[in-house]
Every structure is written in C-alpha cells, then in structure tokens.
Design a protein around this ligand. Structure first.
Ligand code: R5P
Length: 291
C-alpha cells in the first residue's frame, strides 16, 4: 500500500506513512489562472492499493476537486484499490432536505467521489454517522473525541464536566466523560434555517464552580461556542475550554471565542490551524492497519 499525500493533508499523511512504514507519494498541485485545479501524482501506483489523504476544509470545493482528480489519476495509472482518508468531509451538514428545493449535498459529493474512482472512505466525526449508509461505497467513521479528552486529562483536567452544545451531540459529551469522568450534559441549540443565526437555551445544568470543556465536532464561525460560553458563565462555571475535531475557525472565530471568556480552544490536525494540538495520526494508523 502507498500513501498519496493530498495537498490539503500532506503533513498528516506523511506522519501516517512514517508510522506505518509505507511509501509516501507527493502530489504536484497548481491552480490555473482561471481558477481550475491541476494535480499530478509524483510516483508509480501501478498494481498498488493506495490511500489518498486529503481533508476537505475550506477552500472545500477546490479540495474536493483535487481529491477527485487524484483518485482519477490513480485509477488511470492502474492503482488497484483507492481508499480516501478524508478527515473532514465537507458538505456533511446538508444531509437531508431541510427546506423544499434544496439538494442533499453530501450524497452528491459521495456520488461524485465514486465516479472519480474512490472505492472506500475513512472519515472522522462526520456530522451524522448514519449518512454513510447512503454512500455508494464502504465508508467508515472514526471518533477523535477520546484523543481530545485524553489531551485535557493529561493536562490535569480530569474531573472536568463535558458539555455538548446541542442534544444531537450528547454522544460526544458522553464519550469525553468516559475519560474525564466529571459528568456530562447538553444545551438546547436552535439554528434559524434562513439566517443561520444560532440561539442557545440553558439546559438543566449544574456547572456552578466547575471546570467545563465544550466538545463539538466542528467550530466554524464560533457562534455556537460563544453562545454556550455565555450560558455557562451565567450558570457559574469556573473555567471553560472548547474542543473540536474540525477547527475550521472561519475569519476571526478564534479571537471571538477567546473574547467570550473561553480559556483555550483545542482542535485536531484534521484541519491544520493554530489550535490543532492533537494529531489524528495514531487513530488513522490503527484504522488503516485494520483495512
Ligand atoms: C452543527 O450542528 C455543528 O455540530 C457545529 O455545532 C457547528 O457547525 C458550529 O458552527 P459555528 O461555529 O458556526 O457555530
């Protein structure tokens, strides 16, 4: 098996290749003056099973096209099986029709990847795992929440309260609580489907005097974390941290979050960023060994 280092995840891919003693193949990528993407795999994939490592955080359209082009190039050069490791898979939040006339974007993306030559996919904390059942190839979801919780535990935050910003993410807080052991809960979040505005109601929380870590799959604009921080302050939490698997951190999200009183934001290298302090490499290595 060889690992193709997609331009969006070259560092993570190299770490995984080194840990598994697999040959890494670089990709030459460029953008034409009109904005179109170009890729070329620098190496031989003939008769090989290959793993393409490519996250699809912003600019997500470009990164998805690069992934599709790399898969096509691999198959054209007679790779046998093409597995995509896509730590952050874009468009996963549009996993159903919320308003009449919409697309189910994640299904469109999955069909596009299949057409490009991808045979199987590994991803991390996709927004709703169930959507993978509708993918046209075998797809597996891994959870990085234990790695994030261990990061906090190893820094002395054992016993912290694990909070999910909405009921649908309570399983994330429960997973973290199995490691931190300080209890868990959720807030009640509502997002306006037209404006995107988030409003959070206080849940029934007993966090007075406690250290709280908010766990979420994605931090995008930071709006969810900022609203949650406000509620936690009103409920008397002593210190609040934020953890996420995919730190998209659009615009000045990190600054807004810190200004809202969050002590620190921690994310993974699913999306390389200033807060990506936890590496997914061990998690991905274990999953690839199983493959
Ligand atoms: C949505 O349900 C996700 O789980 C995240 O809570 C959301 O994407 C975060 O977005 P933002 O940082 O813009 O509030």
């Amino acid at each position: 098996m060889k690992i193709i280092l997609g331009p969006a995840s070259a560092d993570l891919g190299l770490r995984v290749a080194q840990m598994l003693s697999l040959e890494p193949l670089r990709v030459s990528a460029k953008t034409f003056p009109d904005g179109e993407s170009y890729v070329r795999i620098d190496g031989d994939v003939e008769n090989e099973d290959v793993v393409i490592m490519q996250t699809t955080s912003p600019p997500q359209d470009t990164r998805l096209i690069q992934l599709a082009l790399i898969a096509d190039a691999a198959k054209r050069n007679n790779a046998v099986k093409v597995v995509a490791v896509v730590p952050y898979i874009a468009y996963a939040r549009q996993d159903k029709v919320f308003l009449q006339g919409e697309a189910v974007s994640i299904e469109t993306i999955a069909r596009m990847l299949k057409a490009a030559g991808i045979d199987a996919l590994l991803t991390v904390n996709i927004h709703q795992e169930k959507v993978l059942e509708r993918f046209p190839f075998p797809a597996k979801n891994l959870s990085a929440i234990p790695l994030l919780a261990k990061h906090f535990r190893d820094r002395g935050l054992e016993g912290a309260f694990a909070l999910a910003p909405d009921k649908g993410a309570i399983y994330i807080a429960e997973e973290a609580n199995r490691i931190l052991g300080g209890g868990c809960g959720y807030l009640e979040k509502h997002r306006d489907r037209y404006t995107g505005q988030v409003s959070i109601k206080r849940g029934d929380l007993n966090v007075a005097g406690k250290v709280v870590v908010i766990f979420d799959d994605i931090i995008s604009t930071g709006g969810t974390i900022v609203s949650a921080a406000k509620i936690l302050r009103e409920n008397g939490a002593s210190e609040v941290y934020a953890a996420c698997v995919h730190p998209l951190l659009v615009g000045d999200a990190e600054k807004r979050i810190l200004e809202a009183g969050i002590r620190e934001v921690i994310g993974t290298d699913s999306v390389p960023s200033s807060v990506s302090k936890v590496s997914l490499a061990p998690l991905l290595c274990d999953a690839l060994k199983e493959l």
